[in-house]
Structure formats: structure tokens, C-alpha cells
Design a protein around this ligand. Sequence first.
Ligand SMILES: *Cc1c(COP(=O)(O)O)cnc(C)c1O
Length: 506
Amino acid sequence: MTAHAPGPEYQPAGTREGLENVRTLVNAALDILRETSASRSGPVAPGGPNGTRAAARRALAGPLLPLRGEKVEEVLETLVRPYAEGAVDITHPAALARMQPPPVASAAAAELVASVLNQSLHAWESGPFALELDRWMIEQMAELVGYEPTEAGGTLTPGGSLSNLMAMTMARDTVMARRTGRSPGREGLFAIGMQPVALCPEGVHFSIERAARLLGMGEDNIMTVPVDDTGRMIPREAERLLRECPEGRIPVVLVAVAGSTDLGIVDPLPELADIARRYGVWLHADAAYGAGALFSPRLRPMLDGLSEADSVTVDLHKFGWSPASSAVLLVREAGAMSSFGLQATTCLSADDDTCAGYIGLQNTSLQTTRRADALKIAVTLRTLGRETMAAMVDTCHGLARHAAARIEAHPRMELGARPPLTAVLFRYLPENGLDPDAFNGALRRRLMETGRALVARTHIARPDGSTRVFLKLMMLNPDTTPAQLDSVLEEVAATAAAMEASASGS
Ligand SMILES: *Cc1c(COP(=O)(O)O)cnc(C)c1O
């Protein structure tokens, strides 16, 4: 081997020979996945964090970058096999914790193509067709939320958290510019000397709070809008906060939740849109999860008024059956995306390239190199079609209602609220003076440790301001049957009863 040539370990994916290598390796990797899935007994391997740590210590014993590369078959064995063994099986009916739908097979194939071709969206010469696909996808998604596609804009993002950050950025810049004629992005907030503030309901996703921190608005400048007893923002209260906003503070954004992460609550969008318009505030709708309702003619009316928001966050890696990252931020008027356009000032050639149509998308994104997520999303949606998507959403909603009914009928379980979407909150009510909060926290950990069920945990606020621990089931697997769900609930109840018995015995 000379110093000028790479060793035989270097096998590029995209050459004619490379494609054959990929085919062979994909088959080998799929064999491993088939074997590991056959040996599973639950949604996650038993043993909890200590078990996983020990398995990882064994599997990851060698260095990341050995002097000599290893045979690819060996690497698949040493890394892919334990990875798969230690993975959460999101196709398992008891994998109910997180918003991770089992993605469709066609999307996995499209992901492979995206990796082999490795296009990027920042410049025309980094992915010409990928750019067109990305633009088309934004237009189509804009239409789906009810925007006028010729005026709307947006971008694919790595997830709802970043979509929310971008929306908050546009709100800050657009409203501050309108109210003061100044540019926060260029001058900075200190020079402008006005404090932007955000209005959000209680229980807004934490990425909104983080965005306020990152944007120099400060978390303390989020005004919390009270919610009614169904958990929805009270428009009258939002209006009062806007009306009473002191001099020197500029309300830039009203964040409405269109499908809250825990309860699936949708804020009253038409009323909030009307208030936002009257007060010159940007309305952002966080539909990261709730946008799934758009695919169901039955549930879609929940989202009436969505198209009146200035921006909308949509995650297709939640309700959408496309693997992460599959996320979209949509903006009613594309011009607001100028918040992200750092124009090159030293490169005079930028403009004539643009005039000639050589346009990349780095000016509408927080990313420079950006993978072509649109491919797998488009393949997923085309493969499923509207009818099947509707059936999938409705099936998951039906599973949630089924679980809620079972929980309500269970003498020792308490239902958090009827599920408007696919999340079901509940808790086990232990006897013998055991503290329900501590008990349910421990119950969830016990289920994870035995590897028999994965459920999430959250809390529900009481009118007196105190909170209660609740467990959460998230239905995003339309393959799960009601009978399987019943078994999961029985498992949860049996585990709880055993814990209760051993706590009383000791
Ligand atoms: C999941 C979620 C987010 C965050 O989205 P990621 O894609 O996980 O970053 C934001 N808002 C709501 C309402 C969500 O449910």
C-alpha cells in the first residue's frame, strides 16, 4: 500500500462496485435485525440503565478509531448487533412511551438512498434535484395546513424544537421591525433598548422557553396565559395581558399549542388569531404533534384556524410514520425567512449566480450542510396516501379511547383526561398509605427495568397549583390491537399490585 492510495477498507457506497457492496451489507445488516428481533421478549432489553451500561462496556471495548480498520462483517457484528439488541423496539405493542412511530418500510429504503447519494441542500451544486424536491415539499405542506402556497414559505428542520426556535426568531424580528423600525438580528436587542416578550399557555413545550433564552428575550419575559379547566388557553386572558403590557415591552409572539404533548389539547386558534392580528403580534402554532389530525377528516376540525397562524410547526416523525428527522416549519409569508439570510458581502459573484438560478437553501435554514429529509417524507406520504393515513390516525385515536375506557373501568386506575388525540394519561392508585406520586414514578421504572412495557411520565397541575405524577401511553402504532393493549394494561396493573404487596410486606 503506498502513501497515496487508501487501503482496501475504503469502499465508497455510490460507485457501481460500491452499490453491490451496499446491497450485500444491507442484507447482512437486515439478517442481524431479523435475528435480534426474534430473540426479543419485550419492547426493551431487561436490566435498566445498569444492564445497558454493562452491555455497552462489553460491546464498545475497542477504540473508536483503531490503527487498522476491521473487516466490515466483524464491525457489523461488534457494533450493529449490540446496537439493535439494546434498541427500543418501537414496533412492539408495549412501546408506548414516546412519540416515535414505527416508520414505514419505503421510508427506510429512501433513507438508504439519501445516505448513498449524500446530497445537501445548502447550494445548488450540492444537491440540485434535492433542492427542487425540498421546495415542492414545502409548497405541498403549506397547502396541507391551509396556506396560500405561492405566498407561503418554510423549511425542513431537524425537529419541532428547532422549528419553534426559528418561528420565535421570525416573530421577534418581524414584530420588532414593524414596531420600532429596527433590526434585532443586526443591531442586537441592547442597542434597540426594547424588551420583546412572548405569551404562552401554561404547559407550552419547553423548546419555547429555551428559544426565549437563546434569542436574548429571556425566559423571565414569557408571560403565561391562564388556561381553562379543559387546559385550553383563555383568549380573554391573552388579550388582557396584551392590553396591559407595560411601555417598553413589545409582545412579539403569541404561541398557541395545537396538540399539547401530554394531553393533546388544542388552543382556540380562531379567537387567538383574531387577537394576534388586532395587537400586531405574531401567532405561532405549535402543531408538532397535533398536525397529525390534518390527515384525518374526522379529527381535522380540531385544527380549524391553523391557517391563520403566522407559522406552524409540524413533525412528521411523530404523526407521519416517517423516521426522524422529518420535520417542517411553515410560514404564512415567505418574506419572514429573511431572519436567516446572512447575505455574503465579500463574494460579489453570489448575485449573478442567483440571477442565473443557482440557488441553494442555506439562507432559509439554521443549518448549512443539510440532509435531504424530503426524500423519505415524500416517499412515505406517497406510499401511504390520504385514505390510509386517515385510517392510521383514526386507528391510533381509537386505541387511545379504548385504553381510556379500560383505565376508567379499572378499580385501581385513574384516568387523567379523555384523549382528544392519541395520548392517554393515567395513574395507579396504591393503597396502604403509599404515596401515589412516588409509587407511579417507581412503577414506570420497574416496567422499564423488567423490559415489559415502556410508558412515559408527566404531571398534571391541580387548581391549587400542586402537581400529580401521571403515566402516559402514546399510541402511534396502528398495528397494535385492542387486545394487545389490554395485555399491556394488565401487565402494568399486575406489576403495580406486586409492588404494592411487597411494599406492604416489608
Ligand atoms: C415533540 C414536540 C416538540 C419538539 O419536537 P422535536 O421534533 O422532538 O424537537 C415541540 N412541541 C410539541 C407540542 C411537541 O409535542
